[in-house]
Design a protein around this ligand. Structure first.
Ligand code: RIB
Ligand code: CA
Length: 310
């Protein structure tokens, strides 16, 4: 089976770490690069966490590149109360021994996209600052990325505000740059990612596997779990694992073609992803797919399988 070459851009927080663990175990995927962006936590933490999680799962061969330490135009606002001061909920894991890559995320992503001649799939699970910077600096990258699968946005509601989801809200100008670029965007917003949750029983089961990767899951999810229950969520929403899981199991997800614009002005609706999915009025620019449903049972079992296999 031909593996899908995937580049993961991440603000390596707690659910990002689960997504990296999952990606390292899905045989359908070939992780060809990872880049870190500020969002959940500082760029420094996101970069270190991505390197260290990949090392923990035995993938020090995957190169990790540092990207933006702040959004394109606005101040960085992190989610440390959710992901902890180190981005991994306070969990400590051994430092990676891999060489520190000096090239910038957007340049390395561009080089990899050129090398793969249009076959590269990008999964962005943090603010879209690195992706937007790559598009601004290397405009021809839009013809070299096969598809961009993002965790971000929400057609209904939000988490960081009543109208906006964290990744988009943190850098709406970057998000709008990406949505207007012409790259085919698969959007895994809160509409579907909040249905992709691990309940308490699932969490206890994963934490009981007794390997160093399941120990990271056990030790990093306390603050995240507390946040999710405060937000009245049904469990640990594994937001960032959705675009990753989709690449291996598209049949577990249901999405709809639509146009999506990002609100970059205003206050109340700042960072909102506006879709024409449910209106007769249709945007001219419609090259997105918004995902709304997931087969949760299969999703959860695949995550458990990944953690059992270490
Ligand atoms: O809103 C959820 C998103 O924000 C996830 O990517 C999580 O890691 C945080 O970045
Ligand atoms: Ca994230």
């Amino acid at each position: 089976m031909k593996k899908i070459p995937v580049w993961i851009d991440t603000d390596t927080g707690v659910d990002d770490a689960v997504a990296l663990v999952l990606a390292s175990k899905l045989e359908e995927l070939d992780i060809v690069g990872v880049s870190a962006v500020a969002g959940n936590t500082s760029l420094e933490n996101a970069f270190r966490n991505a390197r260290d999680v990949l090392s923990l799962v035995g993938r020090e061969d995957v190169k990790v590149y540092a990207g933006a330490d702040r959004p394109l135009f606005i101040k960085l606002f992190t989610a440390e109360k959710v992901h902890g001061s180190n981005g991994l909920g306070g969990a400590i894991i051994p430092l990676s021994k891999a060489e520190i890559e000096k090239d910038k995320a957007w340049d390395s992503l561009y080089e990899k996209a050129k090398e793969l001649k249009g076959e590269l799939v990008v999964c962005a699970v943090g603010p879209l600052t690195n992706i937007a910077t790559a598009i601004i600096k290397h405009p021809d990258i839009v013809d070299l990325i096969k598809e961009l699968d993002i965790m971000g946005g929400a057609l209904i509601g939000g988490n960081v505000s009543p109208c906006a989801e964290f990744n988009i809200y943190t850098d709406p100008q970057a998000a709008e740059t990406v949505f207007r670029s012409g790259i085919k965007v698969n959007m895994f917003g809160l509409d579907v990612t909040e249905k992709a949750y691990l309940n308490d029983e699932d969490c206890v089961q994963i934490a009981s596997y007794g390997n160093k990767v399941s120990d990271l899951f056990r030790d990093s999810n306390e603050s995240y779990r507390a946040y999710q229950s405060k937000m009245k969520r049904k469990g640990l929403c594994e937001h960032d694992s959705c675009p990753i899981m989709y690449l291996a199991h598209p049949e577990w997800f249901e999405g709809h073609e639509c146009g999506i614009y990002v609100e970059t002005q205003g206050t109340i609706t700042f960072g909102k992803t506006v879709s024409d999915l449910w209106t007769d009025y249709k945007f001219e620019d419609r090259h997105c797919k918004a995902f709304l449903e997931v087969d949760r049972e299969k999703f959860v079992e695949a995550i458990k399988e990944a953690y059992r296999s270490f």
